[in-house]
Write a new protein. Structure first.
Length: 138
């Protein structure tokens, strides 16, 4: 690497939280702080409605605490195919997919359940470890 290239390199910022806005679904970014209400149509599914009338649907699926590469790739492939490519992980390693079209919710749920993931974790959903059944079936 040349000396001029070294001088142009920016030192990475390694303190604080990364900017989450760059990873948000465009509907979430556009309506940040402008949500009118949210509902739970079924366990594992949330819909947020903005004052503008736009909706964002969130589908949560349970995963094991430590994800192997195969499982992570499976989850990401599902996200690319059924969820506009936008995902986020919760503090307990569950995955949430965001879609702006209600018609994409059921195919997303079907794809997750086909792969052995449990959709739930919101509203009335009880289970000690809701990823246990996936661990047992692998």
């Amino acid at each position: 690497m040349s000396e001029s290239a070294k001088k142009e390199m920016r030192t990475p910022i390694e303190t604080g939280c990364p900017d989450g806005f760059q990873y948000m679904h465009p509907t979430m970014r556009k309506n940040f702080g402008q949500w009118k209400y949210h509902e739970h149509p079924r366990p594992g599914v949330l819909v947020h409605v903005a004052h503008s009338g736009e909706e964002i649907w969130t589908v949560r699926a349970g995963t094991q605490r430590i994800l192997d590469v195969f499982t992570l790739r499976t989850l990401c492939d599902i996200g690319d195919e059924f969820a506009d490519g936008y995902v986020r992980f919760t503090i307990r390693s569950n995955i949430e997919y965001m879609v702006s079209d209600k018609d994409k919710v059921q195919p997303l749920i079907d794809a997750l359940e086909k792969e052995g993931f449990i959709v739930g974790g919101t509203k009335k959903f009880s289970c000690n470890d809701f990823s246990y059944s996936r661990l047992v079936t692998l």
